[in-house]
Design a protein around this ligand. Structure first.
Ligand SMILES: [Zn+2]
Ligand SMILES: [Zn+2]
Ligand SMILES: [Zn+2]
Length: 343
């Protein structure tokens, strides 16, 4: 990258005849560059210009929006199905055991459902993070170093901060972009990263609860297994164990034929919640480890290339979840507002 310095009135550069003149998109100052240098950093505002970069056609944008909407609708329908289906299948059984037991489970279901749906809505329907607006384009509006390491987003036609990435699915630049998640139909960035991780946590807890409750309720309504142990007479050791396992498995499969619709739904909820639990736990683990390392998914990809030093620290997690001195932070805010009123 050529670094060209161009303070307000004079220009630095080699006096070679091959030099060519161009302008910095950030401050509008003229810059003298050696021939062949197409990427340069302005010595005044710090903006990076890449003349090789051409705007690529926004292919499949409509298709991506459609895909996101389909995924988003399926996730919402599935969440509502699990909540209402689970209540329909489990609650008559729980309440038939004892009223207190039923009320206890109603409270847990309400908390988990509200938490999951609210965090999901915050992650999906909130803008993922708009980069701050910054003045650009002409000197002296742009001060020295005002656009340090900014690049120009050809799609949004405005400056892109070093912390922002352009998402081609959302069609805009996102601050601290982690990744584009088709299941929430939105990017995960500075404004909704917290909601996204909280959604993952409450979704994992909910799937654990659903799987436990579907097994618990199934045990009460599952048809009794019918098998005869007469055929096992005379068998010993491994043969006996193998035959016994076979008998139980066949009896179990036969019993599913006599399952009620409630039982079938419980079996489906168990399989669906366990598989989701595995997938969501892996995703949550990955997210928490990136936060612990002080990275996002995208910055992790680029730091592999740059070999940046990692700053692993539990404080990163504490800061992310906002546990750090919440009381003192409240008081400092309180003092500031008081001062404003006094003056
Ligand atoms: Zn400049
Ligand atoms: Zn952009
Ligand atoms: Zn996006």
């Amino acid at each position: 990258m050529a670094s060209s310095s161009s303070p307000p009135e004079e220009q630095y550069g080699t006096e070679s005849t091959d030099n060519y003149e161009t302008t910095c998109w950030g401050c509008g100052l003229r810059v003298m560059l050696p021939s062949g240098a197409s990427i340069f950093k302005c010595g005044w505002c710090g903006a990076i210009t890449n003349q090789n970069k051409k705007k690529r056609e926004q292919k499949c944008f409509g298709w991506r929006v459609l895909r996101d909407r389909c995924f988003l609708s399926s996730v919402i329908i599935f969440m509502l199905f699990v909540i209402f289906g689970g209540v329909w299948a489990v609650y008559p059984i729980v309440f038939s055991i004892s009223l207190l037991w039923g009320i206890f489970h109603s409270i847990i279901t309400t908390i988990l459902s509200i938490a999951t749906v609210s965090f999901f809505s915050l992650a999906a329907f909130r803008c993922a993070g708009t980069p701050p607006n910054i003045l650009w384009g002409s000197y002296p509006t742009v001060g020295q170093g005002d656009l340090e390491n900014y690049t120009f987003c050809l799609y949004c036609s405005k400056p892109k901060s070093p912390r922002a990435h352009h998402c081609r699915s959302c069609g805009k630049c996102i601050l601290d972009m982690d990744h584009h998640c088709p299941f929430i139909g939105n990017c995960v960035g500075a404004a909704n990263h917290y909601s996204f991780v909280c959604f993952l946590i409450s979704a994992v807890l909910s799937t654990i609860y659903v799987s436990i409750m579907s097994v618990y309720a199934s045990l009460h309504i599952w048809p009794s297994l019918s098998y005869s142990l007469g055929r096992l007479k005379g068998m010993t050791g491994r043969d006996l164990a193998w035959r016994l396992m076979n008998e139980i498995l066949i009896a179990f499969l036969r019993s599913t034929l006599f399952l009620s619709s409630r039982g079938l739904l419980l079996a489906y909820l168990f399989i669906a919640s366990v598989s989701l639990q595995i997938g969501l736990s892996v995703l949550l683990w990955q997210q928490l480890s990136f936060i612990y390392q002080g990275k996002t998914y995208l910055s992790n990809l680029s730091s592999h290339a740059d070999n940046e030093e990692e700053k692993k620290d539990c404080q990163n997690l504490v800061r992310f979840f906002g546990f750090q001195h919440p009381v003192s932070r409240f008081f400092s805010n309180f003092r500031v507002t008081q001062k404003r009123h006094d003056t």
